[in-house]
Design a protein around this ligand. Structure first.
Ligand code: ADP
Ligand code: MG
Length: 223
């Protein structure tokens, strides 16, 4: 599903660089990436999604070479094929819960909101125990509820790749568990691949595979 080879990336300003010689992730696998703050985990997720571009190396999602696509093609690919969850939720305050969930459909004209789309949104909301809050606005929700909306938005298009950057970073232990259950069960049910960055070791244990980010980038030095 994801293949990275001989990746080298550095930001134009600053002296941070990221080198990964090899990483492969299988379709349907759930992966937790654990590593110290500032080590480049978010940078890696941005490279996988094509938000940043490497100076060298290859990144493939299925057969698509991410680093040779145009910006426009990448943007469309992301909206339709990758579900992204951020630590800071990134909900739009002026949209209610239902419209926040349906946001990918507003961002990409090739995705159409059909009757079935709304039914799917309502079904997912039911699974996430949010079906009675679809008309509320983000400011009327708890942190745990806001994060559930952010996750539902990543799942609505049926993307086969879900990328989550510290999705439980702002949640208390009870909500962390709840969100972990919902996210992991959902991706298993849909056969989607899940790549999550987390600081939470209890959460990480529940994934198919835990990747120690420090080892992933240190592996490069042995080659
Ligand atoms: P993590 O997610 O593991 O905490 P990041 O990938 O966010 O780490 O950041 C890795 C390093 O890259 C940090 O030293 C950070 O300061 C630096 N960095 C992040 N974004 C930029 C940017 N846009 N320009 C320059 N340096 C950046
Ligand atoms: Mg980060």
């Amino acid at each position: 599903m994801i293949r990275i080879d001989n990746l080298h990336f550095s930001y134009p300003d600053g002296n941070f660089h990221l080198d990964i010689s090899e990483l492969s992730i299988k379709q349907g696998e759930s992966i937790a990436i654990i590593g110290p703050s500032g080590s480049g985990k978010t940078t890696l997720l941005n490279l996988i999604c094509g938000i940043s571009r490497p100076q060298r190396g290859d990144i493939f999602i299925d057969d698509l070479s991410i680093n040779t696509q145009s910006e426009k093609a990448l943007r469309q690919y992301r909206i339709a094929h990758i579900g992204m969850v951020f630590q800071s939720f990134e909900l739009l305050e002026y949209l209610n819960v239902l419209d926040n969930i349906l946001l990918p459909y507003r961002l990409d004209k090739t995705l159409r909101i059909e009757k079935e789309t709304v039914i799917r949104a309502e079904d997912i909301a039911k699974t996430f125990s949010m079906e009675d809050k679809l008309q509320r606005y983000p400011s009327q929700l708890s942190q745990g509820e806001q994060q559930r909306v952010a996750i539902m938005r990543a799942l609505i298009t049926g993307a086969k790749l879900i990328i989550a950057d510290e999705p439980t970073g702002n949640l208390d232990p009870v909500n962390t568990n709840l969100v972990a259950d919902l996210l992991l069960n959902f991706v298993k049910k849909e056969g989607a691949t899940l790549v999550t960055v987390t600081h939470d070791h209890t959460f990480a244990k529940r994934f198919d595979r835990v990747i120690d980010f420090t080892q992933l980038i240190e592996g490069e030095k042995d080659v």
